[in-house]
Design a protein. Sequence first.
Lengths: 324, 275
Amino acid sequence: MHFADNIDYPPLLARPVVFLPGLALLFELLRWWNIGATSIGRGLSDLLSLSTRSPSTENLIVAGLATLVVGLNLAVVLRLNLRWQVYIVWLEFAALLLVFFYSFNLSFEFIERKIGFLLRQGLVMTLYISVVSITIASVLALIGAIAKLSSNGIALGIANFYTSLFRGIPLLMQIYMIYLGLPQLGYVVNAVPAGIAALSLCYGAYMTEIFRAGIESIPKGQWEASRALGLKPSSTTLRIILPQAMRVIIPPTGNQFIAMLKDSSLVSVVGVWELMYLARTQGQTEFRHIEMMVTASMIYWLFSILLEFLQARIERYYGRAHAR
Amino acid sequence: MAGRMPADAPTDPAMLKLKRTPSGATAHSPSGTPAVDIRGLCKWFGAFKALDGIDLTIARGERLVICGPSGSGKSTLIRTINALEGFEQGQIRVDGIWLTREPKSVEAVRRRVGMVFQQFNLFPHLTVLENCALPLRLVRGLASGEAREQALHYLSKVCIPEQADKFASQLSGGQQQRVAIARALAMEPDIMLFDEPTSALDPEMVKEVLDTMVQLATEGMTMVVVTHEMGFARQVADRVIFMDRGCIIEQGKPSEFFDNPQNERSKLFLSQILY
């Protein structure tokens, strides 16, 4: 826990006043949602050969069993240490997710046949668009933040207009405007550059605000010490202020990177063969939409997790001066 | 900061260039120009007049202590000397250089003036050594090996070369302030400004910082120190200045000022700080 106190409060779920009414509520909800009639419920009642009974008794028994399993599970997990609690919670939710996917009756043969193309073409294109856009967006954000903090009215005006416009218009619209609008001026843009331009401009605008807030979080004394030593404004910004601001900038920027990875799917509307576009089109021929959607989702998730790890590492690097 | 020129600043373009005295005295000239020369200095924060017609000449090698109640303008005064604060009226010359808002003027002044802050203001993302070496590389253009060497030299001067590779957060307050002094000294300034250097320290660490400053004083550095450390002032200062409400109320040798203050406000102040 962040700044843990030295009082051992009983965990919320372990208190009888929470635990027992909680289970009762869960039972009521499961019954109300008619869990006995779901595929999971029916599977369970087949297993216990309850099918002979009336649907309402069946529902009651399945709900009761599910509640019991949750209750026992909580009682066990609450006794473990923090690390194992986290592992087990992850495992259990992953299992639930798998059960959910399993209920779709997916054709794994179809997925196996298509996943190669999805990765070779779709994932590569998605990563290409994301990496290029993130890089350009970071540069735009840095320039935008410095402009927003400058005492030059023109720079300030441009930066204000830029962030206001590109944060205020839906990303989808920006993609259309660049891809379909620019040709009206005489500039014909291909789909991929148009997508990259829209993503860079949009995320650059959001990240401008993140960078600005990060720079503003550095106390005045750092600027003064740097100036008193005779550093030029550019040195002060790049060597003294920004490296310190990175500590504040990294977590929300990591957020933006993850969001960008998935928002790159919007580029599919102009026909770029990235992950989302292929996921939508590859399933069409054999009416296997769900297979492709689930596969693409899992690929997105996997790469988001990779970015999370990357973010944690960078955070540690910039926080090293503050570790004791 | 107000963008306008001080009313009676030199307007002749020739004077705006880093003008020195006619004799061409340099920073290290033994006599000639004073280290700092302030005439009729006024500064406002909005409607509040922080400095009200300050006249002050600081000689080369002089150790000047400035004291006064909080809000009297003593910090503001020394911060105008290296342009951390601007001013509206009056003029300042540092080593004979007119202090204006021109980049050349401010850069030249800051090159000659080192400063130590109450809150140390070490750069937390750099190690102790890098704190001292980075400005040498960026401002003085030293190669990184040379910069390290010079930084280490000044760190040993303040007796903490063994902490060179630690981060500031791993040092005690006294050590941090000594690093801040070393960082300023490494730039080899002619004048050192100290803005309440011991006010943020735990009591047992005040002495190590004052010892460093006393040592610096014996080496002939021009020092302007805002402090309430009366023992230090008595031992080291050539002159004590008492400020109140933006004015210099009284000045004199430390023995005269502390033992026999003339002004009512000085007497009141001294009676309040001595327990």
